[in-house]
Structures are given as structure tokens and as C-alpha cells.
Design a protein around this ligand. Structure first.
Ligand SMILES: Cc1cc2nc3c(=O)[nH]c(=O)nc-3n(C[C@H](O)[C@H](O)[C@H](O)COP(=O)(O)O)c2cc1C
Length: 407
């Protein structure tokens, strides 16, 4: 466990106290007006006492007109600044860093809670029975693209001023940045589409805008897909090239994941049995990425045992171990590891028992979100929690948000 417990210095000088990071998990814990809540802050207080090096928040949306989930936190101005300050303060005195993950959902935005859905091109999501929950997106105009780029910078700046110690661009999982990168969702013929150089222009400009607003010293990371796992989509080779360019631009950390709503590889969906057993889903990719960048690499997806985490670090292909679902059930995860209390983390795959809904995969994320809600209420996680509860929470908040949208 020598490496897991060791600190790491990011290129800008920031020191993370160890190599364990909580990856972003949408908490769905904002108000229906998308402000942070006291319970959300409380959940981070619990996590910060758990001793990890870095907590990356669930995706914070940069535009109130574009929501991924009904209760996302949105930061587009300073109206909730005091709450943001308190959120950042949740880590004060613990040595744990806290970075918001900045996101725009693009076409991965439920129709029920968004009046208009925008994306690089008018290409609908193909999700079988669930496709009906999403609208065909309207292609973004040149002005609208620049507006979003500036919004990323503005949100990062507000969060910096509120006390967050870095930020991460959500460039993975089929959201807007990832939609620009993929030739399947980006069929534009202008300077934002076509060649890889054009498709990556959006993320590069977002990085530059954030850097211009937050300054040289502030850590900026990105979560990026190793690939979309879709025929004709964003490939591994293309992802490597984006990593190379972002590294040259000065990014401070790269978190590797993969997949989209259409192919949710990030949570292990349809990964080979051998890949799941090996734990780290995107290990093959990161081995190659290591050869093209010297920037700190974080790998997320599937890590469950301390032995595998430590070995991955010893092998030298990654610098930071990212975990998500285990943090919901083992909030003091880093301490549990360092005190040798826990050697492996069990993360169940909850279902509803209703085939059509289980097949759409809706229940798992909400079930883990509700575990975070328990932390926010000062309760312990409940491994036996019923899937029905998670389903009900989803329906209820979607319905209420939809009511607000339409009135
Ligand atoms: C409840 C839940 C919400 C998530 N929300 C986000 C998110 O907002 N942003 C993101 O990049 N990934 C999100 N993810 C994906 C995780 O960050 C992570 O990539 C994935 O769960 C694999 O890691 P794990 O095997 O350690 O859980 C979410 C996962 C879960 C379970």
C-alpha cells in the first residue's frame, strides 16, 4: 500500500495527500431551482473526513436551460455564492481537495425537464425503448457554441472564488464535449466538425477559456473517454491525440473513463467478463496513454480491491485511483484502506425486478444516488435498500421538475 498512501504533486504545484480520488457522481441533490442544498454539503463533509486525496463533485451544470437530471446543481451566476462557499468549506482542515465537475449535457438531456435540447448536430440518441425520453437536438449556432465555452469559464471562476481548489471538465460519457468529439453525434461541416482537429476545437477552447479565467496556478482536469465503444464513434487513437494536445496546452490531470448513455461502458455494462474480473475497465488504454503524456493520469471504473489498486500504481501506468460507487457504500473508503480495515469493496447491482425498466439500466444510478442522500441526512449507507425507492425518487423529481418547466 506504499503508493496508494503517498502524496502526488500536480504540475501546477498542488499536492494531493494520497492517490485515492472520488470520481464524479451526480448526486441529484440540488433544489428544484438547482441550488446546492445543506444535505449535499453534509454528504461532502462526511466524505472529506474519509481521508481521500481528492473529491470530484457530481456534474455541476453550466446552464440552467440544459439539465442532465432534475436536481442537478447549476452554477451560472453568483446567486447561491454563500452555499457554494459552504460546499467548498466542507473539506476545510482535512487536507482533501474538492473540485467541481463542470458539464453541459447536450443531447443527453431528458425531454421532460428541458424546454430545448441543443447539440453539435441534429442527431438523436439511439436508446431503444428509452429513446422517447429524449428530444431530437437543435444544432448549436456559432454564437451559441461560444456562449457555452464562456459559460464553462464563468462557472469555473465562480467556483474558484467560492473556494473550490480545482475543477474538472466533463469531457466523457456522451455529454456535450464528448458529443463534439464523436463523428457519430457531430456531423457538422464547419470548423467545429469533420476532422479530429475540428471536433476537438470545442474542448480545447473550453480549456483555454477556463485557464484564461482561473489563471496559471489553478488545477484544471478533464474526464475523457478512452473510446465511445460505438462503431464509427470516437476511437482510442483519437482519444490519445486529444490527450496529447490537452497535455501540450497545460492540463493538470486526465481522468480516463469510457462509454455514453448509448453504451454505458463507464459502469462496466457489457464489458467482457475478464475485464470486469480484472477490475479496472480501461487499464489497456491507460497503458498506451502513459506513453504519450507525462501529466498525472487517473483511472476510474471497476476498482474494488486494494491489491489491484496498488498494483496498478506500482506498474506505473496511472497516478491516481478513481472510485465512484464504492464511495456511496463506504464513505470513509481511504481511511478504511489505510487502516487495513477493508481489503475489498462490494458494490451490488440493484434491480427493480421489472424487466423492461431493469434493461434500460435506470435504477442502478439512482440507487447509488440515494445512498449519497442518506449521507446527506446524517445516516449510514443501506446496502439492502430497495430498488423501488430509487425508482420512485426518479419519477417524483422528474415529474416535479417537469411541472416547473411547463408552468
Ligand atoms: C450515481 C452515479 C452518478 C454518476 N454521475 C457521474 C457524473 O456526474 N459525472 C461523471 O463523470 N461520472 C458519473 N458517474 C460515473 C462514475 O464517475 C464512474 O465513472 C463509474 O461509476 C465507474 O466507477 P466505479 O466502478 O468506481 O463506480 C456516476 C456514477 C454513479 C454510480
Amino acid at each position: 500500500m506504499k503508493l496508494l498512501v503517498s502524496s502526488i504533486k500536480l504540475p501546477n504545484g498542488t499536492i494531493l495527500q494520497n492517490r485515492i480520488a472520488k470520481s464524479a457522481m451526480s448526486e441529484n441533490m440540488g433544489t428544484l431551482q438547482n441550488a446546492p442544498t445543506r444535505n449535499l454539503i453534509k454528504a461532502y463533509e462526511v466524505w472529506s473526513k474519509g481521508g481521500s486525496g481528492l473529491l470530484i463533485t457530481g456534474n455541476v451544470m453550466i446552464d440552467s436551460r440544459a439539465l442532465g437530471e432534475p436536481r442537478n446543481v447549476v452554477v451560472e451566476d453568483r446567486s447561491n455564492f454563500k452555499l457554494l462557499q459552504d460546499w467548498a468549506k466542507s473539506c476545510e482542515g482535512t487536507g482533501t481537495h474538492i473540485w467541481p465537475q463542470l458539464n453541459h449535457p447536450g443531447r443527453q438531456a431528458f425531454a421532460a425537464i428541458n424546454r430545448k435540447v441543443v447539440a453539435p448536430s441534429a442527431v438523436s440518441l439511439k436508446m431503444g425503448a428509452a429513446s422517447g425520453m429524449f428530444k431530437k437536438p437543435t444544432p448549436l449556432s456559432e454564437d451559441a457554441i461560444w456562449d457555452i465555452i464562456i459559460r464553462f469559464g464563468n462557472t469555473a471562476k465562480i467556483m474558484q472564488d467560492a473556494g473550490f481548489t480545482g475543477c474538472q471538465i466533463h469531457g466523457a460519457h456522451g455529454y456535450l464535449v464528448s458529443q463534439f468529439l464523436s463523428p457519430l453525434s457531430n456531423t457538422r461541416k464547419d470548423k467545429w466538425g469533420g476532422t479530429l482537429e475540428n471536433r476537438m476545437r470545442f474542448v480545447i477552447e473550453i480549456y483555454r477559456e477556463i485557464r484564461a479565467q482561473v489563471g496559471k496556478e489553478y488545477p484544471i482536469g478533464i474526464k475523457i473517454n478512452s473510446a465511445d465503444f460505438q462503431r464509427g464513434g470516437f476511437t482510442e487513437e483519437e482519444s490519445m491525440e486529444v490527450i496529447r494536445i490537452l497535455s501540450k496546452e497545460g492540463i493538470d490531470m486526465l481522468e480516463i473513463s469510457g462509454g455514453t448513455y448509448e453504451k454505458p461502458a463507464m459502469v462496466g455494462y457489457k464489458q467482457k467478463k475478464t475485464t470486469q474480473e480484472r477490475e479496472a475497465y480501461f487499464l489497456d488504454y491507460i497503458e498506451k496513454a502513459r506513453k504519450i503524456t507525462t501529466k498525472p493520469l487517473m483511472l476510474t471504473g471497476g476498482f474494488r480491491t486494494v491489491t489491484v489498486m496498488e498494483k496498478a500504481l506500482v506498474d506505473g501506468n496511472l497516478d491516481i485511483v478513481g472510485l465512484a460507487r464504492p464511495f456511496c457504500l463506504y464513505p470513509e473508503l481511504a481511511q478504511d484502506i489505510f487502516s487495513k480495515k477493508i481489503e475489498g469493496f462490494v458494490t451490488p447491482l440493484p434491480t427493480l425486478g421489472i424487466k423492461i425498466i431493469d434493461k434500460m439500466g435506470g435504477i442502478e444510478l439512482s440507487w447509488y444516488e440515494l445512498q449519497i442522500h442518506r449521507l446527506g441526512k446524517g445516516k449510514r449507507p443501506k446496502k439492502q435498500m430497495s430498488g423501488l425507492l430509487a425508482f420512485w425518487f426518479n419519477i417524483k423529481s422528474m415529474f416535479l421538475k417537469s411541472f416547473i418547466k411547463n408552468n
